[in-house]
Design a protein around this ligand. Sequence first.
Ligand SMILES: Cc1cc2nc3c(=O)[nH]c(=O)nc-3n(C[C@H](O)[C@H](O)[C@H](O)COP(=O)(O)OP(=O)(O)OC[C@H]3O[C@@H](n4cnc5c(N)ncnc54)[C@H](O)[C@@H]3O)c2cc1C
Length: 356
Amino acid sequence: MALMSSTGRAEITKRLITEKGFVAVAVEADWPDAYRVNRYVRGINDDATARDALAGFKRFPIWMWRNTDVLDFIEWLRTHNTGLPHGDEAKIPAGGQSLIPLLRFRLAAPSLLIDIIRLSELEYIREADGALHIGALTREAALETSSLVHHRYPILRDTSKGVADPVVRNWGTVGGNLAHADPANDHPATMLALGARVVAEGPDGKRVIPIDAFFTDSPFVTTLQPNEILTEIRIPAPTERSGGAYFKLERKVGDYAIAGVAASLTLDPDGLVTYAGIGLTNVGPSPIKARNAEQALHGKPLDDAHIHQAADLAAAASQPGSDRRGTAEYRRAMVRTLCVRALRKALARAREGEEL
Ligand SMILES: Cc1cc2nc3c(=O)[nH]c(=O)nc-3n(C[C@H](O)[C@H](O)[C@H](O)COP(=O)(O)OP(=O)(O)OC[C@H]3O[C@@H](n4cnc5c(N)ncnc54)[C@H](O)[C@@H]3O)c2cc1C
C-alpha cells in the first residue's frame, strides 16, 4: 500500500504534543491533509509505559488525519484508493482505547494507522426526524454528561457509565465501541435492545445498516466494508410508555462485564408490550439479541410471570464459556437475574419514570 505524498516530504517538523499526559507524538513529515507520525502514544499515562510503547510503534507508518471534514476523508480514501482503512493491513484508531492495547500486546500488527480522532464533524448528539443521532466519534464522556441522554435515553447513560473508568470514557468513542465488535463491550447489547441503526460511509456512498445486521457471529467482525467507516448511530426516539435499562455485573468497578443485559420496552395504553428489545453482553462469541425472549413478551402484560419467562429465554440464548470471570453456569444464571432487573427497571421508566 503506497501512501507517500505526491509532493514528497516537503517539510520536516518535529514536535512533541502532550495533553494531560495522554498524547506524545513526534511528527516527521507532512501531507496536505494528514501528518505522518513517527512516534505515537495515546491513552497511556506513565512515562515508562510510554517509552515501552513507543519502541514498539516504530515498525509501521502512522498518519494523523488533521482535517475536521468527514467528506474530505472519504474523498481522500477514494482518490488515493488506499485499499483498506481498517482491514488486515491498516487500522483507523478513533479513541484508541481498544486498538492501542491490542498493538501494545502485539495482538494486532497493521501495516498502517490512520488516526481519525480529529474528524470533529462526527462528534454530536442530537434529536431529529424521530431519532437520536450520535456521531461515531462522540466520546463516552459526552454521552454520560448529556442532559438529552439523561432525560430521554437513560439506558444509554446506564451503558456509558458502566464502560471502564473516566479516563477511558474521555477517550473512547461510541462508534469505536461498536466497530470493535468485542462481545465484552457494553454498547452492542444496548444498541441491539434499542433497535438502533448505524450509518457506514465510504467511496461508494452511504448505507444505513440495522444493528443486528452489523454484528456477525464472530467476535471483532462487523459487516462494514473494508473501505467504509462508521459515521453515525441512529436510535428511535422514545414514544409514550417506553423505557429501557442496562445492567452489568462486573468483578470490580471499571472491569468488563461478567455478564450484561439491556432491555428496551414500549407498552400500549393497557400495559401490553408492543416492543421488546433484549441484548446480552459477554456471554457468547458476539453480542447476542435474545429474540425468543423478545417475542415471548409481545402482546403480554409485563407481570412477574412474563418477566421470569423472558429472563429464562434470555439465559437460554446466552452461550457463555467459563473463564476467570466465572463459570458458564454462573454467567447464564447472571443473565437470568440481570434480565429480570433490566425489564423491571425498563418497566418503571416506561411508567412515568418512577424509580425502583
Ligand atoms: C482499561 C480498559 C477498560 C475497558 N473497559 C470497557 C468496558 O467496561 N466496557 C466497554 O464497552 N469497553 C471497555 N473498554 C474498551 C473501550 O473502551 C471501547 O472498546 C472503546 O470505547 C472503543 O472506542 P475507541 O474510540 O477507543 O476505539 P479504537 O480503539 O480507536 O478502535 C477500535 C476498533 O474500531 C475501529 N474503529 C473505531 N472507530 C471507527 C469508525 N468510526 N469506523 C470504523 N471503524 C472504527 C478501529 O479501527 C479499531 O479496529 C475498555 C478499554 C480499556 C483500555
